[in-house]
Write a protein that binds this ligand. Sequence first.
Ligand SMILES: CC(C)(COP(=O)(O)OP(=O)(O)OC[C@H]1O[C@@H](n2cnc3c(N)ncnc32)[C@H](O)[C@@H]1OP(=O)(O)O)[C@@H](O)C(=O)NCCC(=O)NCCS
Length: 132
Amino acid sequence: MGYKIWNPHLCWIAPDAQIGDGTTIGNFTEVGFGVKIGKNCKIQAFVFIPKGVTLEDNVFIGPATTFTNDRYPTAKAYGKFEQTTVQEGANIGAGSTIRCGITIGKGATIGAGSVVTRDVPAFSTVKGVAAK
Ligand SMILES: CC(C)(COP(=O)(O)OP(=O)(O)OC[C@H]1O[C@@H](n2cnc3c(N)ncnc32)[C@H](O)[C@@H]1OP(=O)(O)O)[C@@H](O)C(=O)NCCC(=O)NCCS
């Protein structure tokens, strides 16, 4: 079955990224080295998913969502990469920014335009800047 990138020439997918069956990836999306994406996820357009991010199965990522992996980035050197996990069936609203080093719990919902800086409990809804 495999996964589907709607327009492969408009995306960059790292050669070692793992992407599960039934997942779809929209235009202008970047998936970094070592990223793991589960089955049946829907990743919309303009999404940045760098090294250190794991998406479990059935996750929805709204358009223009930005994940991060370095809490204190500089142009000179990489800092410490932190892991971020989005658990099974969580849904992330359009235009959200996900600070690295957190877990978004199973079935959680993130409102559009949120900046998520802390772990999000399973099946909860958070929104805003910083998301609560
Ligand atoms: C967070 C969300 C799920 C809440 O839905 P809801 O419970 O139906 O929300 P309501 O419209 O009843 O709003 C409840 C309150 O939260 C506020 N609110 C809703 N969404 C918000 C958001 N994303 N950020 C900040 N505040 C938000 C509303 O202004 C309202 O505040 P008030 O009570 O002071 O008036 C929804 O608003 C949302 O952001 N969904 C994501 C949509 C999206 O990005 N889809 C992607 C596919 S295109």
